[in-house]
Design a protein around this ligand. Structure first.
Ligand SMILES: C[S@@+](CC[C@H](N)C(=O)[O-])C[C@H]1O[C@@H](n2cnc3c(N)ncnc32)[C@H](O)[C@@H]1O
Length: 345
């Protein structure tokens, strides 16, 4: 059984560790795997990715920008094996939520579908802040073997035209499900999993949707899709992980899909442990796995801190925050930008 793994964070390669988890024992897998962009693959080493040597390898492009047709295929092959293990450990009717990048999402979902999951839906985590990665071509024009006039004309001709990288403002999350045993009702009565809790509201008391936002954007979007903004404290000052997910997003998915306090939430790529912290806040059991020892220590520290300092993760405070739009939000048209800005809630 899983007793020895419950509420533990295990160091190692997910493909090696997952086989130790018993069949049909996990209620929810919520994870944010390596995206397989550049070197951020199954052997992701943050230090290598950000080292000068690595940037030299990808010819000075920032991480995530090197286009390689093999990335998606490698991701598919690897995630097919991971998904096979996840299908085995989930209870019938159990959900599998997995984040990805807009670029390689299709490969991830095909792997999950091909191994036998039902693809129930796709969520979009919407945000407004991100660094646009498109590059100007001026640098390359300067290197052309052309006269100065031709170069100047070309630059004028391409004013505003950049490489094909649009500003990325959403992350897709697949919602897959292991086939239930019998009807949804029969499956639920036996395994306490497989249904969605529609009492979990978002925005201004709205029915849960497949769009979630953690940024206040405008009145309509906030009313329909807003879950709370990440709290500055929730990550922890010591947390150097580059891709920490918002706690409220993990809480939202766990509340939506797990029924029992005995429910087990597994994150095989737990990084700094956001899924695990959310599971603990909600009184669920968790199992975390990560290949990077440093991240495991950070995740452990975040969990430990919860034991000591409850105010840091004050549940009633968070509940209030989750209903951020319950109180009538006041919006004002800013004269300068003519955009709607949330000024007070
Ligand atoms: C996108 S991050 C997860 C971040 C996490 N959601 C958080 O909020 O901190 C993906 C994680 O997968 C881990 N990883 C990469 N390859 C792995 C493997 N083969 N087995 C287990 N973990 C792996 C990386 O160390 C990284 O922390």
């Amino acid at each position: 059984m899983n007793g020895k793994h419950l509420n533990k964070i295990i160091h190692g390669d997910a493909l090696q560790i997952l086989p130790n988890i018993a069949d049909n024992t996990v209620d929810l897998v919520l994870t944010d795997p390596p995206y397989f962009l550049d070197k951020m693959d199954a052997g992701w080493d943050e230090k290598k990715v950000s080292s000068k040597k690595y940037h030299h390898v990808v010819k000075s492009l920032p991480a995530g920008m090197k286009f390689d047709r093999e990335q998606g295929k490698n991701f598919y092959k690897w995630y097919y094996k991971i998904s096979k293990e996840i299908l085995r450990v989930l209870k019938p009717g159990g959900f599998f939520f997995s984040f990805s990048s807009p670029r390689l999402y299709h490969r991830m979902v095909c792997a999950i579908d091909d191994i036998g999951f039902f693809i129930r839906d796709s969520f979009i985590w919407l945000y407004t802040q991100n660094q646009p990665k498109a590059m100007s071509l001026n640098h390359f024009i300067d290197k052309l073997n052309e006269n100065e006039q031709t170069k100047t004309n070309l630059k004028k001709q391409l004013l505003g035209w950049k490489t094909p990288q649009i500003k990325s403002c959403f992350e897709p999350i697949v919602m897959a499900q292991k086939e239930p045993e019998g009807t949804f009702l029969e499956n639920f009565r036996k395994y306490k999993v497989g249904l969605l809790n529609t009492d979990v509201k978002i925005g201004q008391d709205m029915f849960p949707a497949n769009v979630v936002s953690t940024d206040t954007i405008n009145e309509v979007v906030d009313k329909c899709f807003l879950i709370s903004k990440p709290d500055k404290k929730e990550k922890g000052n010591f947390n150097i992980h580059k891709t920490v997910k918002p706690l409220s997003l993990c809480e939202h998915i766990i509340k939506l899909t797990t029924y029992s306090d005995e429910a087990v939430v597994l994150d095989p790529f737990c990084g700094s442990g956001t899924t695990l912290v959310a599971a603990k806040i909600l009184g669920r059991k968790f199992i975390g796995i990560d290949i990077n020892k440093e991240y495991i220590e950070i995740a452990k520290l975040r969990i430990e801190e919860m034991n000591g300092d409850v105010t840091r993760y004050n549940i009633s405070g968070r509940e209030k925050q989750l209903r951020i739009c319950d109180k009538k939000a006041v919006y004002k048209i800013s004269r300068k930008s003519k955009q709607q800005l949330l000024i007070k809630s």
